[in-house]
Write a protein that binds this ligand. Structure first.
Ligand code: ATP
Length: 255
């Protein structure tokens, strides 16, 4: 594998007596789009939150871009904050701010940007996320679910991150909206050279977007590989997921 941009070793995550991850290891290579799948409650979102430093209660080693998580110094923290973009499942936008103001939030960390430059940069990201210019003036409650996701993506891209974390980007979208979002993610990833950690249940997304898949089961990353390789994995959940009727319907070679 080429250089690991995300490196997790021996991760143990627990909430009280509930162990979610037990000695979990994972590598994500530079430039790849990794799809993270697994049954409900297997700890996909918790893994994402832990890798981006939002869940400090754990044991093990995590590095993103060679920087330890959590960061030990202000310089390391700045490096992580500036190079990681996160899109949460519901967009996680501030409801009292317009879309433009939401996208400006991370830009406020950049010293020396005038208010006008900040707004212009936010408008650029809003347009990159496929939203009409006018959406910048809207409040999140005035947008559809799909538009809110695009606004969340615009905010995740605000600081030109190297690594993008997406938590179920197509959940709740209709199939046409989901396919459009898949194309957007794929296009942006290619043109911006991003590394992507993408939690999803969506088999169409895995086919359309992901280079590699990591399956969370039994409190760890049970297996990683391409979609083709998943077809040969002898594990009940993996078999049911990748050979089930939905999987067959999502295969690009079907018919
Ligand atoms: N803050 C928390 N406190 C206590 N338990 C938590 C917390 N966050 C998550 N959990 C538990 O950790 C487990 C993993 O949750 P997580 O949301 O990561 O699952 P998931 O794989 O993303 O599931 P889904 O596919 O349903 O979204 C669940 O049992 C959940 O209840």
């Amino acid at each position: 594998m080429s250089e690991a941009i995300i490196r997790v070793r021996g991760l143990v995550t627990r909430f009280g007596s509930h162990v979610v991850h037990d000695r979990l290891d994972l590598d994500v290579a530079r430039g790849e789009i990794l799809g993270v799948v697994g049954g409900s409650g297997t700890g996909k979102s918790v893994l994402l939150r832990t890798i981006v430093g939002l869940n400090p209660a754990r044991v093990g080693e995590i590095e993103v871009l060679g920087t330890p998580v959590p960061a030990r110094t202000a310089a390391e923290r700045a490096r992580l904050e500036g190079n990681i973009g996160v899109m949460f499942q519901d967009g996680a936008l501030f409801s009292s701010l317009t879309v433009r103001e939401n996208v400006e939030v991370p830009l406020r960390r950049v010293a020396g940007l005038s208010a006008r430059t900040r707004a212009e940069l936010a408008d650029l990201k809003i347009s990159m996320a496929g939203l009409p210019y006018a959406a910048g003036d809207n409040y999140p409650s005035e947008l559809s679910g799909g538009m809110r996701k695009r606004a969340g993506l615009a905010r995740a891209l605000a600081l030109d991150p190297e690594v993008l974390f997406l938590d179920e980007p197509t959940a709740g979208l209709d199939p046409i909206g989901a396919a459009a979002f898949d194309r957007l993610i794929h296009g942006l990833t290619q043109s911006l050279g991003l590394t992507v950690f993408l939690v999803t249940h969506d088999l169409d997304t895995l086919h359309a977007v992901c280079d590699r898949v990591a399956v969370l089961a039994e409190k760890r990353v049970l297996v990683t590989g391409t979609m083709e390789e998943m077809l040969d994995v002898d594990h009940p959940w993996v078999r049911d997921y990748f050979h089930g009727p939905r999987a067959r319907a999502a295969r690009p070679d079907r018919g």
